[in-house]
Structures are given as structure tokens and as C-alpha cells.
Design a protein around this ligand. Structure first.
Ligand code: BT5
Length: 328
């Protein structure tokens, strides 16, 4: 199927005969494959003698289009699953990971119907306004450093958004997983780890980016924003281009993290952090308290000085930063 798609992507028109010869298939078999691709969402026209023509859709996340735009060596170069609608790209990718999908595999969709946040919360954003996707990592990191994958993806996506928006906006990271523009959340990350005591099997990192929403309803109207709102773009923005930037940035950031460790990675993260040196409220499953965020340790945990002067390590939970997303 991949070969047929690559041929359709590479040629404006391609005759049935050329396809038959190149793939050593009968016309009936080619026609069956074309029908299958159509059922998957590809808009393929049969233009008489000129042959088949794949509509160059503006912004669908079909694997053949995504691969065509990539300049990476592993990110997005392995298995890519795509469906027009999935409940959650993280759930889809976890299944692929359990079946052995390699490092760099992706799960994509155009609509996510049951997007998941952390701690059982939900992630909203129906339709193509949202870029919902998940990337599979099988990193060369010790298991205690697995949380750094979330921070690495946040750093890469922040950088990708800025490149995508021609540096007209700046993106901050609220520890551990929120991307913030002008005090509001434009993207969230859900990382799910599979590991045993001494090794990581895989990390599924799902990111939902608000790309083309013009407004938000209810509570989100106070706390959420989108790239379209922030850039004041008249036309809708291309999610596929953003995804391509992200995958390139991700390779660079992971390379630094795996080869230079925290010494190389920490400065990249710190310069974007909107949490460090700020007054924060920490809510964990056990308690709730106020302090000042000091730094990130080698495992990605946040170190916070509480009001009694004790430095406390926060590895999971919610950290509100004064002045952001409605916390004052
Ligand atoms: C997150 O959780 O921010 C993680 C979101 C991850 C979503 C991606 S989409 C692709 C992949 N597949 C999935 O199923 N999930 C991932 P958390 O920190 O728990 O934040 C959730 C909270 O963010 C919600 O309770 C809302 O308050 C808020 N929220 C929900 N939808 C939002 C949106 N579109 N924009 C901004 N804030 C939102």
C-alpha cells in the first residue's frame, strides 16, 4: 500500500498501466488497492487516460503526506497509524508499542473523540482545529529519567510552534506538561510509560495542540488559547507543517538529552520555563502547599522551597503558577 501511495504522492497523474508494471500487479488488484485507500480517506480521482490523481489536500494527516515532508532520521520514519477519527491517539499508539512498533512511530488522526489528560481528566478539541498525535520513544535513558521525555517533548514542541509562527510569539513551558502563550494553555502533553525496575520499554508521548480554534467555551475561555488566536491568522494554519517542525525539533532535543545529559538539555528547558523562580501552589494526591519553584533535578522532578524553608521534590501532581491560567 505504501508503494502505491508513494507513487501517487510523487506524480500528479499516474496511469493504471504504469502502476501495474511497477508493482507487478493486475489492473483489478490495483483498483482494489485504490478503493481501499479511498476508504481510508485519500481523495483519489481517476482522470481517464491521464490516470490516477491524488488530491493535494491542504491539511490532512495522512501518513504519505507526512512522510513526504519529513527531514528526520527516526522521528515519524517508522510506523505511522492514521484514522480519520480515533478515541485517543495515545491509546492507539500504546497498542502499536505493545505489538513491537519501533522508536519514532506515530499515531495520527484528524478528529480525536475521547482525548485524555493526566489523572483521569479529559482533553477537549474535536475536529481538525486540534493537532492530536502521539510519538513513540524507546529512549536510551535510565528508567528514573523517563519523566525527562515529557520535558524534552515540551521543549521541542515549544520550539516548533515558534518556528511555525515565524517567531511572532513566544512559548513557555509550565512544569511539567503545559505549553503557554500569553498566560494561556495552547497545548498539553500526556506521557505514558511502560518499564520494569531497570529499563524503559517505551514512552508514549501524546500532545494536543490548539491550532485553529477561533474561541473556547466555558471555563476554557479563560485558560486556553490557540495558535490561530495568538497569531491573528485569517486563514487556517496547517497542522501537518507544525507536526513536521515538531518531529525535526524532537530529534535534535532527544539527541542532546541522550548524548549530553542534563548539562546539555537543562538550559534548553530552563530558558522556556514559566515555573522556575515563581511562586507556585503544589497539589498532590496527599497534600496542597505553597512555595517557590527553584530548579529541575536530573530526573525531571521540580524542586520547590516551601514556606518553612524546606526544599521539596515534586515528581507528580499539579503546580499552579501565580498569574497563569487563572491562578492569582
Ligand atoms: C494535559 O492534561 O494537558 C494532557 C493533554 C494531552 C492530550 C493529548 S492529545 C493526543 C494524545 N491523546 C490523548 O488522549 N491525549 C494526548 P492535564 O494537565 O491533565 O490537563 C487537562 C486539563 O486541561 C483539563 O482538565 C482542562 O482544564 C484543560 N483542557 C482540556 N482541553 C483543553 C484544550 N483544548 N486547551 C487548553 N486546555 C484544555
Amino acid at each position: 500500500m505504501e508503494d502505491l501511495l508513494s507513487m501517487l504522492v510523487a506524480n500528479e497523474f499516474i496511469s493504471g498501466e504504469t502502476i501495474c508494471q511497477s508493482l507487478s500487479m493486475t489492473r483489478a488488484a490495483v483498483w482494489k488497492r485504490i478503493e481501499k485507500l479511498r476508504a481510508e480517506g485519500y481523495q483519489i480521482q481517476a482522470a481517464g487516460k491521464r490516470g490516477y490523481h491524488l488530491e493535494p489536500e491542504h491539511d490532512v494527516l495522512l501518513p504519505a503526506y507526512v512522510k513526504k515532508d519529513l527531514d528526520t532520521t527516526w522521528a515519524g520514519q517508522a510506523d505511522i497509524s492514521y484514522a480519520p477519527i480515533v478515541p485517543s491517539t495515545n491509546t492507539a499508539l500504546k497498542q502499536m508499542a505493545n505489538e513491537g512498533a519501533p522508536h519514532g512511530s506515530l499515531a495520527l488522526c484528524d478528529h480525536q473523540s475521547q482525548g485524555r489528560g493526566r489523572l483521569g481528566r479529559s482533553w477537549e478539541g474535536a475536529g481538525s482545529a486540534l493537532l492530536a498525535h502521539s510519538l513513540l520513544l524507546r529512549p536510551s535513558l535510565p528508567v528514573e529519567q523517563a519523566p525527562l521525555c515529557t520535558l524534552a517533548c515540551a521543549t521541542a514542541m515549544a520550539e516548533a510552534i515558534e518556528i511555525f509562527c515565524d517567531d511572532t510569539i513566544s512559548v513557555g513551558i509550565k512544569w511539567p506538561n503545559d505549553l503557554i502563550i500569553n498566560g494561556k494553555k495552547c497545548a498539553g502533553i500526556l506521557s505514558e510509560l511502560s518499564a520494569d525496575m531497570d529499563q524503559i520499554h517505551h514512552v508514549v508521548v501524546g500532545i494536543g495542540v490548539n491550532v485553529n480554534q477561533n474561541s473556547f467555551e466555558g471555563a476554557l475561555s479563560q485558560t486556553a488559547t490557540s495558535l490561530r488566536i495568538e497569531t491573528k491568522a485569517k486563514d487556517s494554519l496547517c497542522r501537518r507543517t507544525l507536526l513536521t517542525h515538531y518531529l525535526s525539533c524532537m530529534e535534535k532535543v532527544m539527541h542532546i538529552l541522550e548524548n549530553q545529559g542534563m548539562e546539555g538539555f537543562a538550559p534548553l528547558y530552563q530558558k522556556r520555563s514559566v515555573t522556575l523562580k515563581q511562586s507556585v501552589r503544589v497539589v498532590t494526591s496527599q497534600d496542597e502547599w505553597i512555595g517557590t519553584a527553584q530548579s529541575i533535578d536530573d530526573t525531571g522532578a521540580l524542586l520547590v522551597m516551601d514556606q518553612q524553608g524546606t526544599l521539596r521534590r515534586v515528581l507528580a501532581g499539579d503546580v499552579s503558577v501565580r498569574g497563569l491560567m487563572g491562578y492569582c
